[in-house]
Design a binder for this molecule. Structure first.
Ligand SMILES: N[C@@H](CCC(=O)N[C@@H](CS)C(=O)NCC(=O)O)C(=O)O
Length: 201
């Protein structure tokens, strides 16, 4: 399998953490990809122009981190990052959606702030910031659900989202007013899979 990746992408990090947790790192060839390079050929692999994109050994291509992560999870019997049925499944997908959604808002906030100042919309940025804040508040309120039970894609998604927010917006100190989430996150990032996948510019 070949994974097109970037070392700063929180969506890629979800995939890498999942690969580490599943013991599959040696099954994947990594192809660094700068999706913002005007010369990039990422659209030949993923028409959406995004990473992660995973090319399987038979040439079939999967993209969007929820799909890629569920595929690699299914390769390993025993460990289950995506529970198949019942409350456990909806809980894992709920936290994946919440983590990814916070990241999505963070990306929009970041990109808007990188446009020329006279083209930026402060209202749009504020809207995205509010999404991030509400999402983090929800995680603080739902901490028992998040922290309970075995490792799932929900926890991985949330941790990768928070890790990326801290990497991109260190001055916002987003966890200071969310002590339960902070405790959980600080414990979670001790996992070797998280330590091995820290974002680097
Ligand atoms: N929903 C997608 C989001 C992937 C995504 O937005 N990746 C970013 C890198 S952090 C990207 O490739 N952006 C390029 C673009 O938006 O043109 C997923 O979960 O994989």
């Amino acid at each position: 399998m070949k994974l097109r990746y970037s070392s700063t992408s929180p969506y890629v990090r979800k995939t890498m953490v999942s690969l580490h947790e599943l013991g599959l790192m040696d099954r994947v060839e990594l192809e660094p990809t700068n999706v913002w390079d005007p010369e990039t050929d990422i659209s030949l692999t993923n028409p959406l122009g995004k990473v992660p994109a995973l090319t399987l050994d038979d040439g079939y291509i999967l993209y969007d981190s929820p799909v890629v992560c569920e595929y690699i999870d299914a390769l390993v019997p025993g460990i289950v990052l995506f529970p198949q049925t019942g409350k456990a499944r909806w809980k894992a997908l709920h936290f994946q959606a919440l983590g990814d959604g916070i990241t999505d808002a963070g990306v929009l906030y970041l990109l808007e702030g990188r446009r020329p100042e006279n083209e930026q919309s402060p209202k749009w940025r504020e809207r995205q910031l509010n999404v991030m804040m509400r999402g983090l508040d929800a995680l603080e309120n739902e901490i028992d659900e998040l922290a309970g039970g075995p490792l799932t894609i929900g926890q991985i998604s949330v941790a990768c989202s928070i890790g990326w927010l801290m990497f991109r917006f260190p001055d916002l100190d987003l966890l200071a007013s969310r002590p339960k989430l902070k405790n959980w996150y600080e414990a979670f990032i001790q996992r070797p899979s998280m330590q091995a996948t820290q974002p680097t510019e």
